[in-house]
Design a protein around this ligand. Structure first.
Ligand SMILES: NC(=O)c1ccc[n+]([C@@H]2O[C@H](COP(=O)([O-])OP(=O)(O)OC[C@H]3O[C@@H](n4cnc5c(N)ncnc54)[C@H](O)[C@@H]3O)[C@@H](O)[C@H]2O)c1
Ligand SMILES: CC(C)[C@H](C(=O)O)[C@@H](O)C(=O)O
Ligand SMILES: [Mg+2]
Length: 347
């Protein structure tokens, strides 16, 4: 299998390196051959070739069976309102050009972390939900976007078409069917026209999925309920920006942002990435949690039909967590590389 590696910026290279160690252990144990091609993205690509998602990288992704992505982002650009080109543009362009309209973000829960959760253990125990985040529409991509000439007014546009909303809702309904059959549609239909379109289309689709119970929730309420009663939720579907925000919030239920993986799927090749960013403060320090990326590699294998291999990674991660072989975000004092090596050894 051909795997494109896009390590990116900040902690990206460190966490992808650990995921590759784990994939290599899988290749040995299950007699697979993984061919890796590393390509530039993010600030690293701007520095090298002036473009955060070069054509060459797009080609590498298209010619691969799957993509494993680290993270992008660099404070040099975050703090410069006049920067002509930004690493994040590369990420958005990549998602758009690869047609990755659905980002599946499961809440991964580990028994041995439940008592460490900042939330009460009895509240968190049994939580099992998946967020389906629309990834190539909404306010991230809507035009016009920009500033007036005097620089004193700025604007973004939130735009969704029926086609964009239907395809993501169909995916979410179908996913709910394979689970506890509860779909929560999160929107802001009391204020936003786009949300009213989402809600209307979800209601139109309901009769096609009579076995799925549908629940409509405003995003502000959802932000509270997810923390208040995480066990209620099964599949949560929402637009691009709400999904971005709610999933970082939901990582608190799991125990760390450094734990949550994701799969981005759509028209062509699928891409797998941790939900967190480039955590620049930790770059080069070997302290970031590589588990979100390692679990993204597990999702990659499962997506390709290697279910046992994916399970083997999950079991090894669980073993590391229960043995206390974890990075500082989970209260441990192990290095990024030590966690990766432990997981690889326990495949
Ligand atoms: N998909 C992506 O590539 C992606 C996602 C989010 C943010 N970003 C970019 O990353 C940069 C930093 O953004 P930010 O600080 O808001 O978000 P971030 O996700 O990089 O980090 C936020 C906080 O989460 C924790 N954290 C994140 N990843 C961790 C890990 N692997 N192990 C342990 N702790 C971890 C840290 O406490 C960190 O301070 C920005 O440039 C932003 O645009 C990129
Ligand atoms: C960096 C940013 C563009 C990105 C997003 O908002 O999609 C990130 O936060 C994510 O969750 O992947
Ligand atoms: Mg995010």
């Amino acid at each position: 299998m051909k795997i494109a590696l896009l390590p990116g910026d900040g902690i990206g290279p460190e966490i992808v390196r650990e995921a590759v160690k784990v994939l290599d252990a899988i290749a040995v144990k299950y007699n697979h051959k993984f061919e890796y091609t590393t390509a530039l993205t993010g600030a690293a690509a701007i520095d090298a070739v002036g473009d955060p998602y070069p054509q060459e990288t797009h080609k590498v992704c298209q010619e691969s069976d799957a993509v494993l992505f680290g993270a992008i982002g660099d404070p040099r650009f975050d703090n410069d309102p006049k920067a002509k080109v930004r690493p994040e543009q590369g990420l958005l362009r990549m998602r758009k050009q690869l047609g990755l309209y659905a980002n599946i973000r499961p809440l991964v829960m580990f028994d041995s972390l439940i008592d460490r959760s900042p939330l009460r253990a009895e509240r968190v125990r049994g939580a099992d939900c998946v967020f389906v985040r629309e990834l190539t529409g909404g306010i991230y991509f809507g035009r016009p976007q920009g500033r007036t000439e005097d620089g004193n007014t700025a604007y973004d546009s939130c735009v969704y078409t029926r086609e964009e909303v239907e395809r993501i809702l169909h995916l979410a309904f179908s996913l709910a069917r394979t689970r506890r059959k509860l779909l929560t549609v999160v929107d802001k239909a009391n204020v936003l026209a786009t949300s009213r379109l989402w809600r209307q289309i979800a209601k139109e689709l309901e009769p096609q999925y009579p076995d799925v119970q549908v629940d409509y929730m405003f995003v502000d309420n959802a932000a509270m309920q997810i923390i208040q009663r995480p066990t209620y939720f099964d599949v949560v579907v929402t637009e691009n920006m709400f999904g971005d925000i709610l999933t970082d919030e939901a990582s608190v239920i799991s125990g760390s942002l450094g734990l949550l993986p994701s799969a981005s799927v759509g028209a062509q090749v699928a891409l797998f990435e941790p939900i967190h960013g480039s955590y620049p403060q930790a770059a080069g320090k070997n302290i970031a949690n590589p588990m979100a990326t390692i679990l993204s590699a597990a999702m990659l294998l499962e997506h390709k039909g290697f279910v046992e291999e994916g399970k083997s990674i999950r079991n090894a991660v669980e073993k590391a967590i229960s043995a206390g072989v974890v990075t500082e975000d989970l209260g441990g004092n192990f290095k990024t590389s030590e966690v990766g090596e432990y997981v690889a050894k326990h495949i």
